[in-house]
Structures are given as structure tokens and as C-alpha cells.
Design a protein. Structure first.
Length: 366
């Protein structure tokens, strides 16, 4: 409940600083204050209250970060060190259930904002500490499964999602079951089993609709479009993508809009119309930039390379693809479906440019 009036005397004496809407201390002052706190005998109680406060904040944020709200993602970014401290306190104190609750609701933040490697590590640690089939474990399993996809570990994603599905079905948690089916469908699509992916996407969409999760219905319909394209039903897939995009615009679901625009743009480029793909790539990028969605911006850079190659600009294509791959590497991501497509594009660009020119463009892009 502190405000500038209450803390003005400390600010006047430079014991506390105030800027950017936040109070903070110089490191030497902070160390001294920490020592005094330890001597007071209140440190453990205050650490507990701190951790519980940040668990409440993260759980309040989760419905919004699930839909990639820029406001809430920025707030979690600002509080990331406090969230880390809360996770570490719960873990050290043996409070495994709230620890799983906390890491479980941060998965979208970690994945979107480039903290995938850290999120994976923290989720793995929390899951290993408590094997009880609780709702908290179910949410953490889903978070870990989603990050496993981003890391390119389809086997781990499948195993985690299968456990999450059984757990959520046992708890009669419709939304959790739907999310588990969505991850399993994604893994099936990555593995080329598009019939299974289509079946799971439709089942997931139905359960999300039953649970009133409109945003997740759009995600499941995106997955269905991917599966239909893999089954050779290209016209039906394009029609579904366009219908889902229109609904996403109505809902104001900008992240889904960006996702679908990016996918439609890549397919348009692959169909031999790279110039027509560029406006869709641009709109998708502007939406991603507005959300500060670092994950999708990296993926978009990789996909844009296909259009640039088609436009007869292999040097720029190599630079852009290298940039996207470097961004993914920085965040600890290597999605299997993207890796395979990028390796094919690299081979094509090496052939067009020659080894020396390709290497120069690649290093410049990185």
C-alpha cells in the first residue's frame, strides 16, 4: 500500500529511489536493509507474503496472458525478478503445490517473451518435486508440454500432454482436457499424422466451445486448418483459415490474426505468388510487434525467407532466415516443424548463392 506520500521521507534521504512508477534501492542500501530484516526475525513471514502476493498476481494475469494481452505480458515482464524469487521461495520452503500453480500459469509469458529455456527448467523442477495428481500439476504439465513443442521435443510434449489429459479427465476439467487434446493434435501434425491431428483438433474445438473458451476455439480451428492442408484438402483448409481469421478480427484476437496471416502468407508464397504474400506478412509482423511477441516474430522471419527467395532475393532471404534462427536460438527454441522447413530453405539458398555468398549473408543476418 506504499505511495509517494508515505515514503517521501525515505526518498528525500536517498534511502529509497522512485522512478518509472516504482520504488527501488541502491544495491548497498538494499544489502544493509536485507541484513536488518534478517535480524528482525520477520524475514520468513515477509518472504511468504511476497511469494503469495506474486502467485495471486500471476493467477490473476493468466486468463489475459493466455490470450496474449500486451498489458499483462508487460506487467509480468516488469515483475519477472519478483516472480523468480517467489518460485524459489516456494521450492525452498517445500510448498510444492503453490510452486506448481505459479510455474503453470507463466508458460504463455515465458514462451511469448523469449524465456523458453528458463520456463522449461523451472517447470521440470516443479513437476519433479510433487507427483500428486492435483489440478496444479495438471496445469504445470500443460505448460511444460507447450514449451516442449517450442523446444522441438515432440516426444516429451506427447508424454506430458497424455499425462495432463488423463489427470484433467479424472478431475472433470473440460478446459484442461481440451488443451491437452490440442497439444496432442499439434504433436500429431508435426509428425505428419494429419488424420489424427484433424480428429484431435475437432474434439478440442468442441470441448473449448463447451467451456466457453472462444479464443482457444480459434486456436483449435487453426490446428484443424493445418491438418486439412496436410491431408491434401487445400481448398477446405484455406476456407477454414479465412473464416477463422475473420472471426479473430471480430473478437479482436490479434495474436490469432497474426498466426493465420503468417500461415496464409507462407502458403501464398509457396503457391508461386510471393508478391501477394508480402502484405500479409507485413500485417502479421505489425500485430506481433504490437504484442511484443518475440516467439512469433522469430517464426515470421523464418517464413518470410520463402517469399524473398520466390521474389528472386536469395541474399536477403538468407539474412532474414538467419535472423529468425538466431532469435529462436537465443530463447532456447527449436520447433521441429520449423527446423525441417528451414533446413530445406537453407539447402536451396546455398545452391542459389554459392557457399561463400551464403555464409556472408547468413552471418550478417545473425
Amino acid at each position: 500500500d506504499a505511495d509517494i506520500d508515505i515514503l517521501q521521507a525515505l526518498v528525500d534521504k536517498s534511502l529509497v529511489r522512485f522512478s518509472g512508477g516504482r520504488f527501488w534501492m541502491l544495491e548497498t542500501i538494499r544489502e544493509y536493509a536485507g541484513e536488518r530484516l534478517a535480524e528482525s526475525g520477520e524475514a520468513e513471514d515477509i518472504a511468504r507474503r511476497h511469494a503469495e502476493h506474486y502467485l495471486a498476481l500471476a493467477e490473476e494475469a493468466e486468463p489475459h496472458t493466455r490470450e496474449l494481452s500486451r498489458k499483462w505480458l508487460d506487467r509480468l515482464e516488469q515483475e519477472h525478478d519478483n516472480l523468480r524469487a517467489a518460485i524459489e521461495w516456494f521450492a525452498t520452503a517445500g510448498r510444492t503445490e503453490p510452486c506448481q500453480r505459479l510455474v503453470g500459469v507463466l508458460d504463455d509469458f515465458w514462451g511469448t517473451r523469449g524465456h523458453m529455456a528458463e520456463g522449461w527448467r523451472r517447470l521440470q523442477s516443479a513437476l519433479a518435486a510433487d507427483l500428486r495428481p492435483t489440478a496444479a500439476r495438471g496445469r504445470a504439465l500443460l505448460g511444460a508440454a507447450g514449451l516442449a513443442i517450442g523446444r522441438g521435443d515432440s516426444a516429451a510434449a506427447r508424454q506430458l500432454a497424455e499425462e495432463a489429459l488423463a489427470l484433467h479427465q479424472g478431475l472433470r476439467d473440460t478446459r484442461g482436457a481440451a488443451a491437452s487434446l490440442f497439444v496432442l493434435g499439434h504433436v500429431a501434425a508435426e509428425g505428419g499424422d494429419f488424420q489424427t491431428a484433424a480428429t484431435l483438433a475437432e474434439e478440442s474445438s468442441g470441448l473449448f466451445r463447451e467451456a466457453g473458451q472462444d479464443f482457444q476455439v480459434l486456436e483449435a480451428d487453426w490446428l484443424l486448418g493445418w491438418a486439412l492442408r496436410g491431408l491434401g484438402e487445400t481448398e477446405r483448409a484455406r476456407s477454414l483459415d479465412e473464416r477463422t481469421l475473420a472471426e479473430a478480427r471480430v473478437q479482436g484476437a490479434s495474436s490469432i490474426q497474426a498466426h493465420l496471416l503468417e500461415q496464409l502468407a507462407q502458403r501464398t508464397a509457396e503457391d508461386g505468388r510471393p508478391a501477394d504474400a508480402l502484405p500479409m506478412f507485413r500485417e502479421a509482423y505489425e500485430l506481433d510487434l504490437a504484442l511484443d511477441d518475440r516467439w512469433r516474430m522469430a517464426l515470421l522471419a523464418c517464413r518470410l525467407a520463402t517469399a524473398l527467395t520466390g521474389l528472386g532475393e536469395p541474399e536477403r532471404a538468407a539474412q532474414v532466415l538467419a535472423s529468425g534462427r538466431a532469435q529462436l536460438e537465443d530463447m532456447g527454441a527449436d520447433p521441429a516443424w520449423r527446423r525441417d522447413e528451414d533446413e530445406r530453405e537453407v539447402a536451396r539458398l546455398r545452391g542459389e548463392l554459392g557457399e561463400a555468398a551464403f555464409t556472408e549473408a547468413w552471418e550478417a543476418g545473425r
